[in-house]
Ligand binder design. Sequence first.
Ligand code: ADP
Ligand code: MG
Length: 395
Amino acid sequence: MSFSKASVRDADVAGRRVLVRVDFNVPLDGGAVADDTRIRATLPTIELLRERGAATILASHLGRPKGKVDSALSMQPVAERLSELLGVEVRQAPAVIGGEVETLAHGLGPSDVLLLENVRFEPGETENDPDLAGALGELADLYVNDAFGAAHRAHASTAGVAGHLQGYAGLLLEREVTELTRVVESPTRPLVVLLGGSKVSDKVGVIERFLEVADEILIGGAMCFSFFRAQGIETGNSLVEEEGIKLAAEALERAKSSDCELMLPVDLVLGKNFDAETEIRESDGVAVPDGWMGLDIGPKSAAAYAEEIAKAGTVLWNGPMGAFELAPFAAGTRAVAEAVAAAPGTTVLGGGDSVAAMQQFGLGDKVDWLSTGGGASLELLEGKKLPGVEALLDA
Ligand code: ADP
Ligand code: MG
């Protein structure tokens, strides 16, 4: 399946005002942008619009201001960073909508760039309020959604506004959907899916879908303890989600009649506490004694997973194998990251923490596609429709 929505590349934008929803929800540190990955990811769309002589009006959320103005979550630092990256002045609107913003928007010339204030300063944003969507629509002549990371939300700036302006897909959103859809619909086989992280409940939809389409699912992270409990294995003080045990049992049952193999760790690294200074030991086997918690997959498991990754035609990875933020428990995630970086097959990563791990190991540029959307990528992989994509014009 190719991408079925109209692309910004085919939009007639010259001399027109284009409202672009972007995902500039970046980490801040001391009033400055701490990581500009998400800003850089939208540069191709902004540059395309500027080259074609459109006036660009950017809108994004930042953090969770809960419908109130919070100066700590102003877009000002983002405007500064974006100005540096684009090499032009990015104007900063004092609000999201209103008379002053309209005057600024209507005064833009070709290739000018205006950044609205944090859309979540408006209570109507997350409620998809029609008045807010309409007011956003007043600012521009057409709409582009490039905020893949927010595309699973039906908010005023991600979906509602497309009821007022013709909506096109931005280059990032288009690429994200294309890369992730290909993994599910036409992967080079074998398709190996590596899932970790903290909760089974976050990822059960993805497990169910891939039991039907993948060749192997490799489980790591705290999520494996729900599977072990479902098999009657002791998990000590490991992080176990009670709700996850039932979900894991169902997945194990479904795996029996599936062509997809579900692999679990065969050894673990244990710690007394979730702490880098804690006493640690390697377990032989996967039973965790009282007083200990499993905080990483062990070396045998990591080697076995690396071998499957090396043989894969396509690797999809979501969720770290252990508590990689703590140095003594990072080895499993690092081993798998190195295997993904060296894999001859196509490699795709989703999930905020797994992408952060890959970057932390300096291996980010060895992956074919690093998704910018955690929740959105999971929902797309599960087969759910994303409201921010559905609202756009068909191609
Ligand atoms: P992603 O953002 O890549 O989807 P998640 O948010 O699901 O990943 O999970 C990441 C978190 O899971 C990390 O903070 C990590 O510390 C935690 N984690 C992984 N394995 C374990 C474990 N065995 N015990 C406790 N926490 C774990
Ligand atoms: Mg996460």
